[in-house]
Design a protein around this ligand. Structure first.
Ligand code: GLA
Length: 723
């Protein structure tokens, strides 16, 4: 998987279909040499000979301009004037870092990243890790670049560790990965953007001169941009063409983009946002960057997505819920909001049991003075008026009905109107002497403090210990502002955003390890923190507060660019939809939710007989098909961002079953005929769909006929291969 050609000084990282190569140039500089389709022969570096020096660019190594060379991990202050990977300021006031190659090490498997979420390897996996040591001799600053090659899964995970052996240094940028792409003629940049209830729309734009980037500055990965970019050929489509994906395993402020040189090359980068990031390293201290997952595919965007999906399903998500079927929940939020008591919840559970739901989740409003969203956050004990018999009793009553019991928490937040805040105002993030602007009447607890983290661990543990709670919805409902920590000195305030993430990851690690039988679901006003960092601790995310089936087509399609359907929590809700006001057929609501982690979010007692019957059937079908949706391969066939309808296809791991989901976004009078061409079937095998049989070649080349009609159409077609 990983080898070093000592004669030509080239590192090769090989996975099933890709090669990533670096070269040690002039004994000192680590060059990026290649990333793309797997090579079977040695790489030539002859192109370096003809890489011309350019006027105005600083000249280095006698004849090269550093600014022109593809560098693996560039530094600020040097003669490379592009967006740098690393920046530091030293105690003598200088800010020039010059890294030179020292040596390398190759280890089997993949070492864990201390305190940070990351992909991992298990015994028997074909995974190796290359660690390259670079050093600034004058400053005694060391950088260890780490590259793990997942041979079977076709991905590369990168990160950097910075160790200061010299005088005090302040690290003001440390990206997880940069890749200098030499030939950037006709390429596009893709990212996932949006807002609350409109998360992860696909943006695709032509790459133009200059630095083009997306970033988050709000303290979490956010709904506005996702920590993901792809660079692809302009001709690349869903199913063909070269695509390079970059995804950050991090839930805080990030920056990702491409910086284009005037000579047709680009530096793609991803990492912690340098804005307000300033990490002090005293002599002997170190800093570990989050991990970036790099995926190359020559099979278009769907090809890239399938690699991310499998890697994240199998080597990012952890614990028993990685492999076993998850729960079909009824969530109380859109049913009761803040108006309920313990009997309401038992009644909801009783109705839920009738359709086959297996978990009753009590959402917001169950604790302390929390009868509106203006008070109580931080005070994690039952509201005695609403739950006079206590959570233990409630869980038992729900269990007696044959359902599990789940509970909502928002542990990172505090309402100023709470006992916690009155007792510990210094426990909230704030800038001294200035007011903190609330959002939804709440402010953020300072998770960069260990005492706050431990308090929250204890508070949640005491609830989880005293009732049979088998599911937790972990919410986080505001962006951070006026950030500062009372526990850190003035010269370390630039560490707060990152230390907050380290604190959050510590809390999540502690609680998920302590309660391995609890299924944790992440949420941030819906999909405001849908990133690989969260998936490491919680294998599913409430994809969006928008549960409208039509909007969900786009939200789930965009999310699937990187994240598997198994990570997308999706509920059938009432119509007119509470966020959107739209009316969609019940069948469509069931079909759109089914490929995700199916659940319900409506008053089942108000459903018609027909809807109850459809719900029962949906859960039955879901249990029959969930392995295809959650372990199979996804092919995106028609994009709801480009057409009036969406078509996606799942193929089971053993390829014996194929599910085609077609959903129209709006009814069309006299709509055109469409022929949806399926993918990756066996052309010579026959597939049975209902009482009809078709050859794979017919389904792939002629296609499945579909005609948009006046109303919303929703079809889920099951094709079984005839052996
Ligand atoms: C957020 C979540 C919702 C719900 C409410 C409760 O908005 O996204 O699903 O839990 O909080 O306040």
């Amino acid at each position: 998987m990983i080898r070093f050609d000592t004669e030509n000084k080239i590192f090769y990282l090989e996975t099933k279909n890709t090669t990533y190569a670096m070269a040690v140039f002039e004994e000192k500089v680590l060059l990026h040499a290649y990333w793309g389709k797997r090579l079977s022969h040695p790489l030539s570096l002859d192109w370096l000979e003809t890489l011309e020096f350019r006027p105005l660019a600083p000249l280095d190594f006698g004849r090269y301009s550093t600014d022109m060379l593809p560098l693996e991990y560039s530094t600020f202050g040097s003669a490379d004037l592009r967006v740098p990977a690393l920046g530091a300021e030293y105690s003598d006031g200088s800010y020039y870092t010059r890294l030179e190659y020292v040596d390398y090490e190759i280890v089997d498997g993949k070492p864990a990243l201390e305190g940070l979420p990351a992909t991992y390897s298990e015994d028997g996996d074909k995974v190796q890790t290359l660690i390259i040591h670079l050093k600034d001799s004058q400053k005694d600053l060391h950088v260890y670049l780490s590259y793990s090659a997942f041979e079977e899964l076709d991905a590369i995970a990168r990160s950097a560790r910075i160790v200061n052996e010299g005088e005090r240094a302040e690290i003001n940028r440390a990206f997880s990965a940069t890749v200098d792409i030499l030939d950037l003629e006709n390429h596009d940049l893709i990212h996932l953007d949006g807002a609350w209830v409109r998360e992860r729309s696909i943006t695709r734009r032509k790459i133009v001169p200059g630095n083009q980037s997306i970033e988050s500055r709000n303290g979490c990965s956010g709904a506005v941009h996702n920590p993901f970019i792809a660079v692809c050929e302009s001709t690349a489509t869903e199913n063909c063409g070269n695509v390079y994906g970059f995804n950050l395993v991090y839930s805080g402020n990030f920056s990702a983009g491409v910086d284009i040189s005037p000579f047709n090359s680009a530096r793609a980068y991803i990492g912690i946002n340098p804005q307000n990031f300033n990490f002090v390293l005293e002599k002997g201290e170190s800093f570990q960057t989050p991990e970036a997952v790099l995926v190359y595919s020559d099979k278009g965007l769907s090809g890239m997505s399938r690699i991310y999906h499998k890697l994240y399903r199998t080597r990012l998500c952890r614990g028993k819920f990685r492999d076993i079927p998850r729960y079909v929940v009824l969530n109380s939020w859109e049913t009761t909001y803040f108006t309920f008591d313990e009997n309401t919840i038992v009644n909801l559970a009783r109705d839920a049991a009738k359709i086959g739901v297996d978990t009753m989740v009590l959402d917001d409003g169950w604790f302390s003075t929390r009868t509106t969203d203006r008070a109580g956050l931080g005070d994690w004990w039952e509201n005695p008026d609403r739950l006079p018999s206590g959570l233990g009793w409630l869980a038992e009553e729900v269990n007696k009905l044959g359902l599990r019991f789940g509970l909502w928490f928002e542990p990172e937040m505090v309402n100023p109107d709470s006992e916690l805040f009155r007792n510990h105002p210094e426990w909230a993030l704030h800038t001294p002497g200035r007011e903190t602007t609330p959002t939804r009447s709440q402010i953020t607890l300072d998770f960069s403090r260990r005492d706050v983290c431990d308090y929250i661990i204890d508070a949640l543990s005491s609830i989880l210990d005293r009732a049979n709670i088998e599911y937790v919805k972990w919410d986080m409902n505001r962006y951070m502002s006026e950030v500062g920590s009372a526990a850190l000195p003035a010269d370390r305030q630039g560490e707060v955003y990152h230390r907050y993430m380290l604190g959050l990851y510590y809390v999540l690690e502690t609680l998920t390890q302590k309660y391995p039988d609890v299924l944790f679901e992440s949420c941030s006003s819906g999909g405001g923190r849908f990133d690989p960092g969260m998936l490491y601790y919680m294998p599913q995310v409430w994809t969006s507060d928008n549960s409208d089936a039509v909007d969900r087509l786009r939200i789930q399609y965009g999310t699937s660019m990187v994240y598997p359907y198994s990570s997308m929590s999706a509920h059938v809700s009432v119509c007119p939809n509470h966020t959107q006001g739209r009316i969609t057929p019940f069948k469509m609501r069931c079909n759109v939710a089914m490929p995700g982690q199916l659940g319900f979010e409506l008053n089942i007692g108000n459903c018609s007989e027909k809807e109850l019957e459809m719900s029962r059937k949906t859960i039955e079908k879901y249990r029959e098909f969930e392995d295809v949706f959650h372990k199979g391969d996804l092919y995106r066939l028609v994009s709801p961002f480009e057409a009036d309808f969406s078509a996606i296809q799942f193929i089971s791991e053993d390829e014996s079953r194929v599910i085609l989901c077609i959903d129209s976004q709006r009814g069309l009078f006299n709509g055109p005929d469409q022929y949806i061409k399926m993918m990756a079937l066996d052309p010579d095998s026959q597939y049975k769909c209902g009482d009809k049989t078709y050859y794979g070649e017919y389904l792939m080349n002629f296609g499945v006929h579909f005609c948009n009609k006046r109303e919303h159409i929703s079809e889920m077609l099951i094709f079984d291969k005839i052996q």
